[in-house]
Design a protein around this ligand. Structure first.
Ligand SMILES: Nc1nc2c(ncn2[C@@H]2O[C@H](COP(=O)(O)OP(=O)(O)OP(=O)(O)O)[C@@H](O)[C@H]2O)c(=O)[nH]1
Length: 306
């Protein structure tokens, strides 16, 4: 007898920088979610889709779960909790090169409130830890499960960077999904609007190399995106007009750089990433604007898509 086809939703959670986005990309096999060495850069719920002969896994990448600090933080946490109650499996990521801490405990406690959803523990970044560290890490994860009343269906060590155990994880997650039809057409890797992916790539380029106080203050909105008219068919050009919002004029200076050098560099790196994603040459028109204290202003948050 052949196995039934399965489909469903899996959400990766974990503290900032736990490796959720990188693992999503490794499972999907293509870059669909931005990654960054700065914590909490993922704001949009972007889904990666893993197409297998026996299943379709839809990965929902959630922002780092954390205690609310600003209005933005509260919205993120609402988003995270709603997401968790709607998925079939939640996979909690614990980086193997770092000790389990209060942040991890907070997340597992929050998750324990979402009873219906199956829970899996993933020890990420195993390429950065020794076998002894990994063994201890797995014991610590089991103990955290016990002390919070969480049943781990599986505890899986993986490295998204070396690829070790990524396939195994995909198989284990598949087995936990309900029987169901294919939910997205073949070849779809994500259902996020292209504008959102493009905005995230620009934000990623803008965050690269900036100091720690900036990341929360940057938002990117793609105002217009379309193929330029009057181009020969074999030489298309995609015009993208985007605004990069900061909160203060001092930040505007940082982003733009001396004589505009930094902004030019951000634009050119973002353009290359967008071209790689969409497969079309791109003309990127990028402007920096100030939206004063946008993180604390509900009206501005809505305008910026939160
Ligand atoms: N060596 C190694 N580095 C990894 C691995 N997975 C992720 N990283 C790195 O860890 C950092 C954080 O990874 P992300 O995937 O952005 O983490 P995240 O959990 O999505 O982060 P937030 O969006 O802040 O919640 C990046 O610099 C990654 O390159 C891994 O398996 N091995």
């Amino acid at each position: 007898m052949t196995e039934p086809y399965r489909s469903g939703f899996v959400s990766f959670v974990g503290r900032p920088n736990a490796g959720k986005s990188t693992l999503t990309n490794a499972l999907v096999g293509q870059k669909v979610v931005i990654t960054s060495d700065k914590p909490q850069t993922t704001r949009t719920v972007v889904r990666g889709i893993v197409n297998r002969p026996d299943a379709q896994l839809i990965l929902v990448d959630t922002p780092g779960l954390h205690r609310p600090r600003t209005l933005l933080g509260e919205r993120l946490n609402d988003l995270v909790k709603t997401t968790l109650s709607e998925v079939d499996v939640v996979a909690v990521c614990f980086p193997a090169n770092e000790k389990i801490g209060p942040g991890d405990r907070f997340i597992v406690q929050e998750m324990a409130k979402v009873r219906r959803t199956l829970k899996v523990a993933v020890a990420t970044k195993t390429d950065l830890a020794t076998p002894e560290q990994i063994a201890q890490h797995l014991l610590d994860i089991a103990a955290l499960g016990d002390s919070t009343g969480t049943t781990w269906q599986e505890v899986v060590p993986v490295s998204a960077v070396s690829g070790s155990q990524v396939e195994l994880l995909a198989g284990l997650l598949t087995a936990m999904l309900p029987e169901g039809p294919q939910l997205y057409p073949d070849g779809d890797l994500t259902d996020a609007p292209e504008e959102i992916l493009v905005a995230e790539l620009i934000r990623e380029a803008a965050l690269d190399g900036v100091r720690d106080e900036l990341p929360h203050s940057i938002a990117v909105v793609v105002e217009e995106m379309g193929l330029r008219e009057d181009r020969p068919e074999d030489k298309p050009l995609l015009d993208i007009h985007a605004n990069l919002y900061v909160e203060r004029s001092s930040q505007k200076g940082i982003v733009i750089g001396h004589k505009g050098a930094r902004l030019r560099d951000v634009g050119s790196r973002a353009r290359q990433q967008i071209e790689a994603l969409l497969g079309t040459p791109v003309y990127l028109d990028l402007h920096v604007k100030i939206a004063k204290d946008w993180q604390r202003d509900p009206k501005q948050l809505r305008k910026l898509g939160f």
